[in-house]
Design a binder for this molecule. Structure first.
Ligand SMILES: [Zn+2]
Length: 84
C-alpha cells in the first residue's frame, strides 16, 4: 500500500492509484488527492479515461479482473506517455 505523506501526489503515484480509484478502494483523503491531481494534470486525467475505456472495451469487467496481459498493456501505455 502506498503511503502518501506528501500533500500533492505525483504522476507516478496517481497512475498507481488508478485501479484502486476505479475500484473505490481509496480512502476519502487519497481519493481527494487523486482527484485534485487529475484536475491539475491533463495527462493523468487522459490516462484514467484510457483505462476506463480499456475496461469497457474488455467487457465491463471489474479492474480486479484485468488479465496480466491487460495490466501489461496499461503499463506500456503509461510508459509510452512518459516517453513523449
Ligand atoms: Zn499527473
Amino acid at each position: 500500500m502506498l503511503s502518501l505523506r506528501r500533500r500533492d501526489i505525483v504522476c507516478q503515484q496517481a497512475v498507481e492509484l488508478v485501479t484502486d480509484y476505479l475500484e473505490g478502494a481509496l480512502s476519502r483523503r487519497d481519493r481527494r488527492r487523486f482527484e485534485a491531481h487529475l484536475k491539475a494534470c491533463p495527462n493523468c486525467a487522459a490516462y484514467l479515461e484510457q483505462i476506463r475505456m480499456t475496461i469497457q472495451l474488455a467487457g465491463a469487467i471489474e479492474p480486479d479482473d484485468l488479465s496480466p496481459e491487460a495490466r501489461q498493456d496499461l503499463t506500456d501505455l503509461y510508459r509510452r506517455w512518459r516517453s513523449e
